[in-house]
Design a protein. Structure first.
Length: 500
């Protein structure tokens, strides 16, 4: 739900890698591989008195509605259309429910938004239904991409559409008008979020995962203020990055530098992380089968141009161990047995009791971030003394913990865009320097000195869509290393756009 409270508009991508689009007839919706037009963009509106419910408005000003009209006579699926608000407002309301790394959208009647496949007339159609066969279970799962709305789109149109609902308070509308029209810098969604309206977990109230929400927090606590870890499998072997810079395997030598994995947190998610090898490549859940005809998929090192969910892992507590879940609902698994299974690493769901422990990992901390002053929230959230020794072992003899004077501040890695707004060789680490402050203005001044350019714009790259966004807020308080992009006034389109 957090992405919907922060994003003004989103794109929804189905399991078939097609996007939900609003047709020009201003009534039908369908799936399309073309996501470049505004028809694939859906404005997000929060329902004021229901913090776990949203509405989705098309570019035509109409709302995504779950109707009670059958898609085909005699079939279970009901039509999903664009419509205008009426007395049956509940048909326009959708409850986002998290399922792994994806989202299900629940309707007023307990069904789910479904992107259909198969032969016509099912192909590319969109209905709301509950899948009854295993082959269609993933048809109700959607990837959510936050998108920027061009300033040319009327903000007043957004406000007038919101005001048409009695469930929106005058306080929200007044904040929208003052925030958007007064300052000209805040989006409607950001203003609504600033009102501290109640939020809900991305797991629905009735979901079994809700009862395990504390497990995510306990698992994530292991990684707070942690810069690098080693992952030890049930076989007492460590997850290591192959020297070919692609393969991943297990090895008993935990002191090897190849067993070190840098931890990165994914912006916008509180329980998702990435692991980077010493070769600056990410631990990736690929679609490649380890062996033909077998269920396990390869886990590799990769560096995609756009960081997607294949490099993201969700830590889940399991007693004194941790399970690492992929977007596919599988788990990082350390295999045993005879070759070629021995020492291999895949992602899978264990189906036999004998392999249940193969997805359990111990986390060994090898480097921690320097703690911020006590006045900063969460600065002392990592307490090694109170952490279970069987879950996390702070290594002393071969650890990589920095001395206090060396870990003071954070490392800033940066690239500079060229005339076309492209980053030159972003696959490499880029330039870097140590920075002690938490202020964007100070960082900008330092980067001006480093680059020799004036009037620069410091940007970050969104993990959702790969686009550059200006860095305007305070820097993270935990002194975490940062990767930024410097836009210089070289006459590029990017520079002109960000200078506005």
């Amino acid at each position: 739900m957090e992405i919907f409270t922060k994003a003004k508009a989103v794109k929804l991508r189905s399991h078939l890698e097609k996007y939900l689009v609003a047709d020009d007839d201003q009534e039908t919706v369908r799936q399309s591989r073309n996501n470049s037009g505004k028809r694939a963009r859906w404005f997000v509106e929060l329902v004021h008195d229901k913090p776990n419910v949203i509405r989705l408005r098309s570019c035509h000003g109409k709302y995504l509605a779950a109707t009670d009209i059958p898609f085909l006579l005699g079939m279970t699926g009901k039509k999903v259309l664009q419509t205008v608000p009426d007395k049956m407002d509940w048909k326009l309301q959708w409850e986002p429910i998290r399922d792994g790394f994806q989202i299900k959208f629940k309707t007023w009647c307990g069904k789910f938004l479904r992107g259909n496949g198969g032969t016509p007339p099912w192909r590319n159609s969109v209905t709301h239904d509950e899948p009854h066969t295993g082959g269609t279970q993933r048809w109700v799962l959607w990837d959510v991409e936050a998108v920027q709305v061009p300033e040319s789109d009327s903000v007043m149109e957004y406000i007038s559409s919101v005001s048409s609902f009695s469930s929106v308070s005058d306080e929200v509308l007044e904040a929208l008008s003052d925030g958007v029209l007064g300052s000209g810098t805040q989006s409607p969604i950001s203003v609504v979020s600033s009102l501290k309206s109640p939020r809900f977990s991305m797991v629905s109230t009735g979901s079994p995962k809700q009862t395990n929400s504390n497990k995510y927090g306990a698992a994530m606590d292991l990684f707070l203020n942690v810069k690098a870890v080693r992952l030890r499998s049930h076989h007492d072997k460590y997850l290591v990055a192959g020297e070919d810079e692609e393969s991943v395997s297990q090895d008993r030598n935990g002191s090897s530098k190849n067993a070190r994995w840098t931890v990165e947190f994914v912006l916008g998610f509180e329980n998702i992380i990435r692991f980077k090898s010493i070769y600056n490549k990410y631990l990736t859940a690929s679609n490649q089968p380890l062996l033909l005809g077998m269920t396990g998929r390869k886990v590799i090192q990769s560096l995609p141009k756009r960081l997607d969910s294949s490099v993201e892992w969700e830590p889940i507590s399991a007693g004194n161990h941790v399970k690492l879940k992929t977007q596919y609902g599988n788990f990082l698994r350390a295999n045993g047995g005879l070759p070629p299974w021995r020492n291999s690493v895949t992602h899978d769901i264990p189906h036999r009791t004998a392999t249940q422990d193969w997805i359990l990992w111990d986390v060994d901390i090898v480097e921690i971030e320097d703690k911020s002053p006590p006045a900063v929230p969460h600065a002392d959230s990592l307490n090694l003394e109170s952490t279970s020794p069987s879950a996390v072992s702070a290594q002393s003899s071969d650890s990589y913990v920095d001395s206090p004077h060396k870990s003071e501040g954070r490392t800033i890695y940066y690239h500079v865009v060229d005339d076309n707004g492209e980053v030159d060789d972003e696959a490499v680490e880029g330039y870097s320097f140590r920075f002690k402050g938490n202020n964007v203005a100070e960082l900008t001044q330092k980067l001006m000195e480093e680059t020799g350019h004036e009037d620069i714009v410091v940007c970050t790259r969104s993990p959702l869509n790969g686009k550059l966004y200006p860095l305007r807020l305070q820097l993270p308080p935990n002194n975490a290393d940062m990767h930024v992009v410097v836009v210089v006034p070289l006459g590029s389109k990017v520079a002109r756009n960000f200078a506005k």
